[in-house]
Design a protein around this ligand. Structure first.
Ligand SMILES: C[N+](C)(C)CCCC[C@H](N)C(=O)O
Ligand SMILES: O=C(O)CCC(=O)C(=O)O
Length: 387
């Protein structure tokens, strides 16, 4: 007989006690003391067995293979379960092949089919008018208190967060990034310097103003999170601005549904070329998820490639693109700030657009260091911090 073992994933135990368990054909209906009830298909219960044969005892990864289970065909009937019993905090099933599965009642309570599983991550929330980003001090971020989770939560919720009063040290951005996850490398390297240089290969390495944009929309998977750490900002100009691309897309949907449709349904070409690279992709400006909500914005006027569409769709596409751009330009939707030395801005590059005003390199120095991170690592970091 398999060793019995509780299986929790640390999503917070419930106080509710298991009150009844009734088998109806190929399902078990469970009811808890708080009134919640759930119908659990037997095949689901078998697949989620947490014993040490079905889950690796060290990694907790699934070993059970439904494809190789000789009982599988019988899950459609009610012959698969030999017996079951329950008490307030557990449910035990004995299958026809004598395998025993024991479930924690609280674990099942959280996973009633059809029930949203509680997540530890904040919901991305569109900026409302007058939105201002959260600020966390560098000392709180590195200090071991709740600074890191406040920072990560704000970044996941708002897509933008500030870190203040850090040291003016080269590579501090790399240290911060690597405390969260590996830096995401691109054709610009793992970590990049933003300053005006001779022979630049992209507009960020000049002193010109940068219209709001997302970075690297010419990649199949553009970088998720961008960190920009300010080391020097003495030159005249160079102020930063940000806009919530998801909020702008939703405004466009309301004000100009046809433009929204065109931008979300028309893949266009993005392409970056320099000495050693030619990276190109064809994707829409607004990408929608399965529910039709914007899940990615690709907006970068420099590296938008030749617009290759049938001529009867070209004017409509330009009109739609201008309509979105006009919304992005509206002052009420933008966050404007001047980065101070020792300050770092972090933002979701697939949601929030960033830009800067031109600066005059003859009046002083401007130097940022930046890198990218995968959203998976940021989410993981917050889940681990919440343990
Ligand atoms: C930040 N860093 C300078 C590394 C990249 C800048 C990317 C912006 C550019 N126009 C593009 O998407 O290709
Ligand atoms: O210089 C800045 O403030 C922003 C730079 C930028 O837009 C970029 O690196 O993509």
């Amino acid at each position: 007989m398999a060793e019995l073992r509780r299986y929790r994933q640390g999503n917070g135990a419930t106080e509710a006690a298991l009150a009844s368990a009734v088998q109806q054909a190929r399902r078990l209906t469970l009811t808890w003391s708080d009134g919640r009830t759930g119908q659990f298909p037997l095949m689901w219960l078998r697949d989620h067995c947490a014993c040490d044969q079905c889950r690796h005892p060290m990694t907790r990864e699934r070993l059970y293979k439904l494809l190789d289970d000789p009982l599988w065909e019988r899950f459609a009937s009610d012959e698969v379960l030999a017996s079951f019993e329950f008490d307030v905090d557990s449910l035990t099933l004995i299958w026809q092949d004598d395998h025993v599965s024991r479930f924690d009642a609280g674990w099942l309570h959280q996973r009633c089919p059809g029930q949203e599983l509680a997540t530890l991550l904040p919901t991305p929330t569109p900026w409302h008018q007058g939105f201002t980003p959260s600020h966390v001090s560098h000392a709180d971020f590195v200090g071991g208190g709740d600074g890191r989770s406040r920072w990560a939560s704000a970044l996941l919720r708002d897509g933008l967060v500030m870190l203040d009063q850090g040291p003016c040290e080269l590579e501090e951005v790399s240290r911060i990034a690597e405390s969260i996850g590996p830096m995401r490398s691109t054709n610009f390297g793992g970590r990049f310097d933003v300053r005006s240089v001779p022979n630049p290969n992209n507009a960020a390495y000049t002193a010109i103003g940068l219209e709001l944009h997302t970075d690297l929309p010419n990649w199949r998977q553009p970088p998720d999170i961008q960190l920009l750490y300010c080391l020097e900002n003495d030159a005249e100009g160079g102020e930063s601005s940000f806009a919530d691309g998801f909020a702008a897309a939703e405004t466009l949907r309301v004000e100009n549904p046809e433009a929204f449709r065109v931008l979300s349904e028309t893949p266009i070409d993005f392409r970056f070329q320099d000495e050693g690279h030619d990276i190109a992709v064809r994707e829409p400006v607004i990408d929608l998820d399965a529910e039709g909500r914007p899940c990615e914005i690709r907006f970068n006027n420099w590296i938008r490639d030749t617009l290759s569409l049938p001529s009867d769709r070209i004017e409509a596409w330009y009109d739609a693109y201008r309509a979105l751009w006009q919304i992005l330009r509206r002052p009420e939707g933008r966050v404007e700030l001047t980065l101070a030395p020792g300050q770092m801005v972090a933002f979701d590059n697939r949601r929030v657009l960033h830009g800067r005003n031109a600066f005059d390199p003859n009046t002083g120095k401007r130097h940022l260091q930046g890198t990218y991170l995968d959203l998976d690592m940021l989410q993981s970091h917050l889940r681990v911090l919440s343990r």
